[in-house]
Design a protein around this ligand. Structure first.
Ligand code: GLN
Ligand code: ZN
Length: 766
């Protein structure tokens, strides 16, 4: 039997203790100089290489490490540097590199957006008309040499493929895709030829964009590109890597003249395996078999994986099989070893990057020597999984019974919108164009310190509660003073809008070190949904009721919606996401009821992340939107007709889901628009929307204070499309990242602009 090879697609950059982040931030703050920074970074990346080497991985990726983002690295490498950075050729300095990522005094940063359906954000390359592709530095070559010299590792350079690179870029019309690709191709080929000349064996070319479904013309373009590339570097083994979904049509991809094809066999809904079994596998091609889930933190069922491998081996020669994670391990935390605070059955179920590499190695060994030779290790894994599965909180009858009861209900309101709107108008007596905010007020250092003191036991619960009440009172007085119409309590008691609820619901756990990179040096530690989610006790009632007791004006209750909680957590993988979303919805439904019973009759259920969960393939959109909308309705609609349900969404392209937004049936939605003002308005105009709506009238992501006139213009623009009777006036998003000074100034201007718009509208209608 020949050896079964393992291959990794990418390793987390941040390090076990986020040392990568700390070094970056120290450099940005001027605390270390460039030389120290580079030396420290080299040490970190060397550590990652050695860890993978120690794990026994055959093909170790190089070039996946970065100082910020791998797409930015590619853009810089190809000289795609927008004119505003005044680049004049030559090597790209760190200064310039970080200006593109983070902006500088003179030039704003490049745009950032989500990497496919993950929570990782990449820097969007801008390929303006002035762009002439050129090679500024062969980064994969540098990475290859580094691994070889420093660790004796024969690395596998990773680079983003030309098709995906261009699909993720902006600055040219879609019709010019092929033209841009042909201009970029020679530079690509130079990079690869230099790798070939260096003696590199394998190169991983990431083409995840392929899974989104290619139109015919783009499939032909892909064939053209890879035919030319393959001809130019005949000695390199090219592994065309796809992930996050099924690679279709497989017969076309198999025709590409590359040595191997990497497929995701976890997130493909079984389609990749089915296609392999239907078409057969070309005997001279390698299969990068993505068996281990690179997107989740759970131990794999190795028996199932071995069975899958056995099926693959009926099609693929063993010496052509590479065992891989389903995608780069960038999306999981580094090591579960430090999770000592969890109960053993839970800790035993975790597999972060290090543990996943161990699983790959064990799978390869079991295939190579026969499972018998590794019976003990396999049994250990089996037992750990069994212990986790047997936890009673993962199969709660009370939750199942409540969900079964809900099936008929579907979360419908007691009356249709028009009827509710009439009742609500009478109840609330709001002025025309009512003003409000999205929920949070500045989380000042004082607020954060207070929370820390309470969490570490320096402050008692009573002391902390008093502090929060003082903050709420000050926020209410402030809002009354500046003249807002619908108030909020300010969310001072919350660190994070998902974590706050996760800590109060059953079914969640929190890791010590489960950090993943979100963008640049920013890391997040997602809550983990490991068991059935259930309501325990009121989570927000105390603060909302207190806030309402201070004022005659309405105060909105404030909750995070079920789909957002789901999309920003690591989720158990034994239940469908739709099922988990319904469990969360059911728990939130109790909270909505509790708020209403306590006299809070305007309730906002935020769903900023609803759009991010949208599947990559268009044919799957409807099913997702259907259950997402249903989850929202289950959560938000157990209320009387007079109770006004609000929702909020932000930082996404919403134009193509307005029908689903309407279907959520919130009485009022506030939605971010500063990024796509015109487009979203057109979409509302074309598709029509009858319910209450607040289009953010200023961008809260900058400390800049917008003037009354500027806000007035935004209001006027919206009123050309939307009816004044339905329009609300609010900022784009929550204000927690802002300071009080600019918040006060901006909101005063907003209230003034609203007043002027109100008078004008009344005059016009008189
Ligand atoms: N209510 C939340 C806040 O104001 C909404 C945050 C969000 O949209 N991400 O902070
Ligand atoms: Zn928002």
């Amino acid at each position: 039997m020949s050896t079964v090879k393992t291959s990794n697609l990418g390793y987390p950059r941040i390090g076990r203790n986020r040392e990568w982040k700390k070094r970056l931030e120290a450099f940005w703050a001027g605390k270390i100089d460039e030389q120290t920074f580079r030396a420290d970074m080299d040490e970190i990346r060397l550590g990652h290489l050695l860890d993978q080497q120690a794990a026994g991985i055959s093909l170790i990726p190089v070039g996946d490490f970065t100082f910020y983002d791998h797409v930015l690295d590619a853009a810089v490498m190809f000289g795609a540097i927008p004119q505003r950075y005044a680049y004049d050729g030559g090597a790209v300095s760190l200064d310039l590199y970080f200006s593109m990522a983070r902006g500088s005094q003179t030039a704003p940063a490049c745009e950032m957006t989500k990497w496919f359906n993950t929570n990782y954000h990449y820097i969007v390359p801008e390929l303006g008309s002035g762009w002439t592709p050129r090679l500024t530095e062969n980064k994969p070559l540098e990475a290859y040499r580094f691994a070889k010299e420093r660790a004796g590792i024969e690395g596998k350079p990773v680079l983003i493929g030309p098709y995906t690179f261009l699909k993720l870029s902006k600055g040219f019309p879609a019709a010019e895709l092929a033209g841009q690709a042909r201009r970029l191709l020679p530079v690509y080929i130079t990079v690869l030829q230099q790798l070939q000349a260096e003696g590199v064996l394998w190169v991983q070319i990431d083409e995840p964009a392929v899974v989104t479904g290619l139109p015919e013309a783009e499939l032909r373009l892909l064939e053209e590109l890879y035919t030319e590339i393959a001809a130019a570097v005949p000695e390199l083994k090219l592994l065309l890597q796809t992930y996050f979904e099924a690679a279709e049509p497989l017969e076309v991809l198999l025709r590409l003249p590359v040595a191997g094809l990497g497929l995701d066999l976890v997130h493909d809904g079984g389609a990749n395996l089915a296609a392999i079994e239907k078409l057969g596998w070309p005997q001279d091609k390698w299969l990068g078999a993505g068996l281990i889930d690179g997107r989740n933190i759970w131990r794999a069922d190795l028996d199932a994986k071995l069975a899958l491998a056995a099926r693959l081996l009926r099609q693929v020669p063993q010496e052509r099989l590479l065992l891989q994670p389903s995608c780069s391990l960038l999306h999981v935390p580094v090591s579960a070893a430090g999770e000592t605070g969890l109960k053993p059955a839970v800790k035993g179920a975790l597999a972060f990057a290090e543990e996943k590499l161990g699983e790959l190695r064990l799978l390869a060994a079991a295939l190579e020597d026969g499972a018998d030779r590794h019976a003990a290790a396999l049994e250990e894994s089996r037992a750990a999984l069994a212990a986790f599965r047997a936890l009673p909180e993962r199969r709660r009858e009370d939750v199942a019974a409540q969900l079964a009861g809900l099936r008929q209900l579907e979360g419908r309101r007691s009356a249709p919108f028009a009827e509710r709107a009439a009742l609500q108008r009478r109840k609330w007596r709001l002025p025309l164009l009512p003003t409000t905010t999205i929920g949070s007020f500045p989380q000042t250092p004082e607020v954060r310190q207070a929370r820390l003191k309470w969490r570490t036991g320096v402050w008692s619960q009573t002391r902390y509660d008093r502090f929060i009440r003082e903050q709420i009172e000050a926020a209410i007085r402030f809002q009354e003073e500046i003249g807002l119409d619908v108030l909020v309590h300010g969310e001072f008691e919350r660190t994070d809008m998902v974590e706050f609820f996760g800590e109060k619901l059953d079914g969640f756990l929190f890791t010590r070190g489960g950090w993943v990179q979100s963008y640049g040096s920013r890391c997040v530690k997602p809550p983990v949904i490991y068991a059935d989610v259930a309501y325990v006790e009121p989570m927000t009632v105390k603060e909302s009721v207190y806030a309402q007791s201070l004022t005659e004006l309405p105060v909105k209750g404030m909750l995070t919606g079920p789909v957002t909680i789901l999309n920003w957590s690591f989720v158990r993988d034994d239940l469908g996401r739709d099922e988990v979303s319904r469990q969360i919805a059911l728990a939130l439904r109790h909270e909505v009821r509790a708020l209403e019973e306590a006299g809070i009759e305007m309730i906002q259920v935020d769903e900023p992340a609803v759009r991010e969960g949208l599947p990559l393939k268009a044919e799957d959109h409807k099913a997702y939107l259907d259950w997402a909308v249903q989850a929202f309705r289950i959560a938000a609609h157990p209320v009387h007709s007079e109770t006004q349900i609000h929702t909020h969404m932000c930082y996404c392209e919403f134009s193509d889901m307005i029908a689903s937004i309407a279907d959520m049936d919130a009485d009022v939605i506030s939605i971010e628009t500063s990024r796509s003002h015109g487009e979203l308005l057109t979409a509302f105009e074309e598709q029509g929307y009858e319910k209450g709506i607040g289009l953010g009238v200023y961008d809260i992501h900058s400390p800049r204070v917008p003037g009354v006139e500027e806000i007035g213009r935004n209001i006027e623009q919206a009123l050309r499309v939307l009816d004044a009777e339905q329009f609300w006036i609010n900022p784009d998003c929550g204000l927690k990242t802002r300071g009080w000074e600019e918040t006060g100034a901006a909101l005063r201007n907003m209230v003034e602009a609203a007043k002027q718009a109100r008078e004008k509208t009344i005059l016009q209608n008189a």
